[in-house]
Design a protein around this ligand. Structure first.
Ligand code: PLP
Length: 365
């Protein structure tokens, strides 16, 4: 029952909306009278075709995706896109730019090195990834094929609030939106490619969504494996091979739910409110809790924080778990705590966490 559920602050796979899980449960054995589960259907049957087409069209509505963009439902996680992107957009000697604001962008850079010539126009590594530079100060490479950013760095909690425009008009902006996908409205036309693993804001792991401007499709390097070639997937409406059917179905249920909430403008309002009360609690603790990230770029999705008395962190995490607030440990590379408060985290979960933080401080200050 709902009462048995915890508030799950995990970074991904992450909490899903309870009504979505209930809906999936209600049609688990027999999807809308067809006599079988979505897991058991042919991906080429009319039932599954209706599921994937509805998911795609609802996503297009949610993000107001222009008609010159294709939506692909792929596998391999966002990590596979780190290589698929240069393999589809570049020849091996082509230059590309990276603006790196956290370790995911850095991983994407390292993978791109195998397939093209990336270079950093900025990296926040030496400052422990706590900020985003002003775009005017950046020296962009006028020959770069694309500029890659990670719109929200999941581990460091650094989120772009607006986006750089490449100086060269043929250069496109590519964004990893894995951890803030569908958390707010986005002007898709600013980007050549947006990609996201589903397992944070919109579904279970196993589905990767790619939104790509259609004119960028069809230029893959000769060595590109068929599974990484956007042209193959676009021509086959994401059904070239067996897709992650159940995951796509779950994403579809989440998209429906987001539309029912009033779309991404409404969703963003809720996300802002949740983030605000959590960051305020950190600020008001007078140093007992600390956020390392520069205020103007703090993520609405992933909130890393530390304790001034770092020896109490393990105790904090243990006590929170006893009160059914789980997965608050920071990423192993940075330590401390991290509360991921994606779309599906209810306001009540954040309020409970903040009340616990105040009580913990009162007992340990
Ligand atoms: N990019 C970002 C921003 C992420 O948070 C993650 C998280 O897992 C990844 C990429 C890697 O995604 P995946 O595990 O789906 O390959």
């Amino acid at each position: 029952t709902s009462q048995d559920r915890v508030f799950n602050f995990a970074a991904g796979p992450a909490t899903l909306p309870e009504n979505v899980l209930k809906k999936a449960e209600s049609e688990l054995y027999n999807w809308r009278g067809c006599g079988m589960s979505v897991m058991e259907m042919s991906h080429r049957g009319k039932e599954f075709l209706s599921i994937i087409q509805k998911a795609e069209s609802d996503l297009k509505t949610l993000l107001s995706i222009p008609s010159d963009y294709a939506v692909l439902f792929l596998q391999g996680g966002a990590t596979t896109q780190f290589s698929a992107i240069p393999l589809n957009l570049c020849e091996p000697n082509d230059q590309v730019d990276f603006l790196v604001t956290g370790s995911w962008g850095d991983k994407a850079f390292k993978e791109a090195q195998k397939f093209c010539k990336p270079h950093f126009i900025w990296s926040g590594k030496s400052e422990k990834y706590t900020k985003i530079p002003s775009f005017d100060s950046l020296e962009q490479n006028l020959n770069a094929r694309y500029l890659h950013i990670c719109a929200n760095e999941t581990i460091h909690g650094v989120e772009f609030k607006d986006y750089p425009t490449p100086k060269n008009k043929d250069e496109i902006l590519v964004a990893d939106m894995s951890s803030n996908f569908c958390s707010k409205p986005v002007d898709v036309s600013q980007f050549g490619i947006i990609y996201a693993g589903a397992q944070k804001n919109v579904g279970p792991s196993g589905v990767t969504i790619v939104i790509i401007r259609k004119d960028l499709i069809g230029n893959a390097q000769k060595i590109t494996p068929v599974m990484l070639d956007y042209k193959i997937h676009a021509e086959n409406n994401s059904l070239y091979n067996t897709p992650p059917c159940y995951g796509i179905y779950m994403c579809g249920l989440v998209f429906e739910d987001l539309l029912e909430q009033g779309g991404l403008v409404e969703v963003e309002k809720k996300n802002k409110k949740k983030a605000e009360i959590l960051y305020n609690a950190i600020e008001e603790s007078e140093g007992f809790y600390r956020s390392p990230v520069e205020k103007s770029v703090r993520s609405l999705m992933n909130v890393p924080f530390t304790l001034e008395k770092s020896e109490l962190e393990a105790e904090f995490i243990k006590e929170a778990a006893k009160e059914k607030m789980v997965q608050l440990k920071g990423h192993r590379s940075v330590g401390g705590m991290r509360a991921s408060i994606y779309n599906a985290m209810p306001l009540a979960g954040v309020e409970k966490l903040v009340a616990f933080m105040k009580d913990f401080q009162a007992r340990h200050a």
